[in-house]
Design a protein around this ligand. Structure first.
Ligand code: ADP
Ligand code: MG
Length: 696
């Protein structure tokens, strides 16, 4: 079903409408009336009478004409019978504002489930319960189906927020600042009409240019991903996700599981979908404001024009800090400016004309930046001195902005005495900011969207693997209570997926270990091997730098003293790897979405270094490359301080093969390859230690 009856109803009933001013039933009716809803309104209340001169119906059944949308504002236990009446009347959608459902505990949850089941049976859709409602500023509809106070300013931002409070903070901010919104939906418990469904509807609305999203939890993350990915390709989705996800609280024992921590699932979900995630409402709203009226930048090159030097330097510093570029002016632009500007003007980027700059000088400089092929977006900085005609300058900016195709932002450092000046710029569809860094940050966010949108699709890459063999190992493995597989099982799984590991041999006594060590050549490493010892070096289970047979004997005795009592204890001798960088490749199960893949600096200090990045599996070659580049220490991989760079292809391949492995075997709950020795030589890039935990 289309959501038209929700956002463009031809008529609205308010069941639980009230004549008492401080009630939700009163406020919704009043809002709908005051904002000029274009269709008929039907208050319903068993008490009858009139509200605001409208006749009150005792039951929805008594309403003589058709009803598309009904607000239900009655006691939680009465919602169901009212819904039955609505269905009988032919109502298409019910907004259940009433609370006291799943948000309150098991009893409320049961009530909500019953409500949804009834609605499905009756063929009526439910928005909410425990929600604010919807709005549509389209003058043809003018629907204020909501009980708050935010002003309605028609424009192009559509808001979709689960939490009513955040929805209103955003909505009210836009209203207060004359920033135009299109549609609004705050669906509370989201029991039936879901976030992805509304997102798809906004995606198809031609007047919605940017979507602002607030989510607290993903009910169907896979569905969200599918819809968001498609919509985000056409218009920016700016998201704020608050709260912690389940995996933060889940018991984990691998490095990867531990590092997954706070809300990584949302990050990788948004990344895959191309949704811009924000951590604060301020920058989210400021960015939405720009997308509302400006095109997506064509690239990262920013031109700045100003009549005050230092704010432009602040803007420049910020632009550069965010990884955008302030390119030099083209020769042609420079020639034009040298000819037309005063001698003391700085003919460079930023163009600084000094405070005396006239409308004509602003026009010349702004036009030069608009015409300059080497520039993608322009920040016009503007202080309002007493000695120039600031309105003339504003008109000149507005005139040029009307024809411009580049992304334009204005920084106006002024006060209320120049409101008319600033309004001229705003009316021309150029967003105005007070602080220079705000504009720089917004441009960065806009460019971030462009990059996400334009990145190559990147198909997941698969390598040949012995999938059935691994299915068998996983099915037959005897696992301990902690879920970890034995060392030999882990090795067989890595081998089946072609994940390279160092040479090693495992035995139960010294006599068998000695020839293994001799075979691979000293120096070697000796490690304890038991499913009870998850982190071996923590308990002294890894001995390095063993140079000959006597040292091997000594090492063996030490480990045997420490671990000899464990039921499944064995000892592994490994060739000792030298050179290279220790990195970690990991994976962790994240429910319906499959697995996350992790890459970062590895070794025993993974948690301390905390330099890791995540993606949603399965990953593409481009994803894997971006992961290598995405950690803080990426420079070390590229060869810092005269060291040779590590072999990139080998690491990319290990990441892809790991992604293949977990994607094919959902039973893998956690996997750590830590360390992988990243080495300049491909054949010496190998896994030194691996652990796999399964959940069957
Ligand atoms: P655990 O992670 O269980 O403590 P590891 O096998 O990862 O045990 O060993 C811990 C550390 O010892 C590694 O991070 C690495 O620095 C070093 N190490 C282990 N095996 C080797 C090896 N074969 N060659 C070189 N260094 C090794
Ligand atoms: Mg390790």
């Amino acid at each position: 079903m289309s959501l038209d009856p929700l956002f463009k109803p031809r008529s609205v009933a308010i069941i639980g409408a009230s004549a008492r001013p401080y009630t939700i039933g009163h406020r919704i009716l009043t809002n709908l009336m005051e904002h000029g809803f274009t269709g008929p309104l039907f208050p319903v209340n068993p008490k009858g009478g009139t509200i605001h001169n409208l006749m009150v119906y005792r039951s929805i059944i008594e309403i003589p004409s058709e009803v598309d949308l009904a607000h239900i504002i009655v006691k939680n236990t009465l919602v169901k019978p009212v819904l039955v009446d609505c269905a009988e009347k032919g109502v298409r959608v019910a907004i259940v504002n009433t609370s006291g459902f799943s948000e309150t505990g098991p009893e409320g949850l049961a009530l909500e489930e019953e409500l949804v089941a009834t609605a499905r049976e009756l063929g009526i859709r439910v928005f909410g319960p425990n929600c604010q409602g919807v709005m549509n500023t389209d003058p043809a509809v003018s629907l204020y189906s909501n009980f708050t106070f935010a002003r309605m300013v028609p424009g192009h931002i559509s808001i979709l927020a689960q939490g009513g409070g955040v929805a209103e903070i955003i909505n009210n901010y836009f209203g207060m600042n004359e920033i135009g919104t299109r549609m609004y939906a705050s669906n509370g418990n989201a029991s039936d009409i879901s976030i992805p469904e509304i997102l798809a509807y906004y995606g198809d609305d031609p007047e919605t240019r940017v979507i602002v999203l607030h989510v607290e939890s993903f009910r169907r993350p896979a569905r969200f991903l599918e819809v968001a990915r498609e919509v985000a390709h056409r218009k920016p989705i700016l998201a704020l996700k608050s709260g912690y996800t389940e995996e933060g609280a889940r018991a984990v024992s691998s490095h990867t599981g531990g590092m997954m921590g706070r809300d990584t699932t949302s990050d990788i979900l948004f990344e895959r979908a191309g949704v811009l995630r924000f951590n604060d409402l301020t920058s989210l709203c400021e960015t939405a404001k720009a997308f509302e009226c400006q095109p997506v930048p064509r690239g990262p090159r920013v031109g700045i024009v100003t009549n005050a030097g230092s704010p432009a330097i602040v803007a420049t510093d910020e632009v550069v800090r965010y990884g955008l570029v302030i390119p030099p002016l083209s020769d042609r632009s420079a020639d034009v400016l040298r000819e037309k500007l005063k001698g003391f003007a700085a003919v460079s980027n930023p163009i600084d004309m000094a405070a005396t700059a006239s409308a004509e000088e602003y026009g010349v400089s702004f036009k030069a930046l608009l015409d300059d092929e080497g520039i993608d977006s322009v920040i016009v900085c503007f202080i309002t001195p007493f000695f120039v005609d600031t309105e003339a300058i504003a008109r000149e900016i507005a005139r040029l902005a009307a024809e411009a195709e580049k992304t334009l932002l204005c920084v106006a450092m002024t006060n209320e005495n120049w409101k008319d000046t600033v309004d001229i710029v705003k009316k021309a569809g150029v967003p105005v900011y007070y602080f220079p860094e705000a504009a720089s940050q917004v441009l960065y966010q806009m460019e971030r969207y462009r990059r996400l949108r334009d990145r190559p699709p990147g198909e997941p890459k698969s390598y040949p693997a012995e999938r059935e063999a691994v299915d068998r190992i996983l099915a037959e493995a005897t696992i301990m209570e902690n879920g970890f597989l034995s060392g030999p099982d882990v090795n067989r799984i890595l081998d089946a997926y072609g994940i390279p590991r160092v040479r090693e041999g495992t035995a139960g006594n010294f006599e068998q270990l000695r020839p293994l060590a001799a075979g691979m050549g000293y120096p070697v490493v000796l490690k304890v091997m038991s499913r009870e010892v998850v982190h071996k070096s923590d308990s002294g289970g890894v001995l390095l730098d063993i140079k000959d047979d006597p040292e091997l004997k000594e090492a063996f005795d030490t480990l045997h003293d420490r671990f000899g009592g464990l039921a499944d204890v064995r000892y592994t001798v490994q060739e000792q790897v030298s050179g290279g960088v220790e990195v970690i490749v990991g994976a962790a199960g994240i429910g319906e979405l499959g697995h996350s893949i992790m890459f970062g600096l590895g070794g025993i200090f993974v948690e301390t270094l905390e330099d890791v990045t995540f993606r949603l599996a399965p990953i593409s070659e481009a994803d894997a490359g971006a992961m290598l580049d995405g950690i803080k220490a990426s420079g070390i991989l590229k060869g810092a301080r005269g060291r040779p760079p590590v072999n990139r292809e080998a690491l990319v391949e290990i990441l892809l093969r790991t992604s293949n492995l977990v994607a094919a075997h959902p039973a893998i709950a956690e996997l750590d390859l830590n360390p992988v020795f990243a080495h300049p030589e491909r054949d010496r890039t190998r896994v030194v230690d691996a652990r796999i935990r399964i959940e069957r």
